[in-house]
Design a protein around this ligand. Structure first.
Ligand SMILES: *[C@@H]1O[C@H](CO)[C@@H](O)[C@H](O)[C@H]1NC(C)=O
Ligand SMILES: *[C@@H]1O[C@H](CO)[C@@H](O)[C@H](O)[C@H]1NC(C)=O
Ligand SMILES: *[C@@H]1O[C@H](CO)[C@@H](O)[C@H](O)[C@H]1NC(C)=O
Length: 309
């Protein structure tokens, strides 16, 4: 009996709560369409900054700070990026792009993030806002909002966190780990793991956009077909016939397409609904980031000696 109840609870958690991505705005997509990729900037370690835009209570703020600083360090240690400018400035257009998702306070307008300062370098800003709604089954959601004009890399992203599922006063260690996994998951969306961007993925060496980076099969399942992801699938499943990797087809617009298929990738961090534990970031996700053209893994580039090019 007890076991049945437990299974029931797990089932509810898995099917009702989801960390999700948001669709990109029309303007962001247009910007991407007119992008002419410049691959001449050197690779350097990613630097991220978090801004908490509404004013959560101290306990909530401490909780958010701790999960995002850990998640931030993870990406800063692993990913190299290219950047084109020496500062990021919040413009009117960027403010308006955030509207309807996260409302940036007006004092953010014209705020500039210096990318060259020694101490507080920042190559990507995540605006974090909270809500508290237990009738909304979204744990958290994230979207890239503004893209770097010469690489298409997201430089401003928004994260909306539903505190209804993260009460810091009752958080266990296991619960903390699950929340941290959600933070990493949302940041991956903010870094560009969003189906809208797949068609713009390009070769980081020469900037050539991949043709047919994804396709849709007879059952409307999106298959990602970029080279590293396909190679990884062929290796992992020991099957050289694989030509595309299925993305999630359920869960609505914030979930479908922007996550690995749960039935195939069970506990991979970038599957689309909440899990209780044992998340894994696999090479599938890391290869997808590399296939975007905008990131390389630090260890890899060190091992082939390109860091100082
Ligand atoms: C590409 O980027 C490099 C360095 O960031 C810059 O010097 C160069 O002018 C850019 N080329 C074009 C065509 O914009
Ligand atoms: C809470 O979420 C539900 C479901 O998404 C939505 O209908 C409702 O308007 C939300 N409540 C508030 C106060 O935003
Ligand atoms: C890309 O897809 C189109 C239409 O499905 C097809 O005609 C073309 O051969 C494909 N190109 C490559 C390089 O696979």
């Amino acid at each position: 009996m007890l076991e049945k109840q437990l299974l029931f609870i797990l089932f509810i958690l898995q099917t009702t709560c989801s960390p999700s991505a948001r669709k990109l705005s029309e303007r962001t997509l247009r910007k991407l369409d007119s992008l002419s990729v410049n691959t001449s900037a050197p690779w350097e370690p990613l630097r991220v900054t978090f801004e908490y835009v509404n004013d959560p209570n101290t306990q909530t703020r401490t909780f958010l700070d701790s999960i995002f600083s850990i998640a931030g360090v993870y990406f800063q240690k692993h990913l190299l990026i290219r950047r084109s400018s020496s500062s990021l400035t919040v413009t009117e257009t960027i403010m308006s792009e955030f509207q309807g998702f996260i409302d940036l306070p007006s004092d953010m307008l014209s705020k500039t993030y210096d990318t060259d300062l020694v101490l507080i370098k920042c190559y990507q800003v995540f605006y974090v806002s909270t809500m508290n709604n237990d009738s909304d089954n979204t744990l958290a959601s994230c979207a890239p909002i503004d893209l770097d004009s010469s690489t298409g890399r997201p430089v401003f992203a928004g994260i909306l966190w539903n505190m209804a599922y993260s009460d810091p006063t009752t958080l266990t260690n296991v619960g903390f780990e699950a929340q941290l996994a959600t933070a990493v998951h949302e940041m991956l969306h903010g870094l560009g793991f969003v189906s809208d961007l797949f068609s713009k993925f390009y070769d980081s060496v020469d900037g050539t956009v991949y043709t047919n980076s994804s396709s849709t099969d007879a059952n409307s399942v999106i298959l990602l077909q970029t080279p590293r992801v396909v190679a990884q699938a062929q290796k992992h499943f020991a099957c050289s016939d694989i030509t595309g990797v299925p993305m999630e087809n359920e869960g609505g617009s914030g979930t479908a397409g922007s996550h690995w298929e749960r039935a195939l990738f069970y506990n991979e961090m970038m599957t689309g609904s909440d899990m209780v534990s044992s998340f894994a970031i696999t090479d599938f996700t890391l290869q997808l980031l590399q296939d975007s053209g905008q990131y390389i893994q630090q260890l890899q580039i060190l091992s082939i000696g390109l860091l100082h090019s």
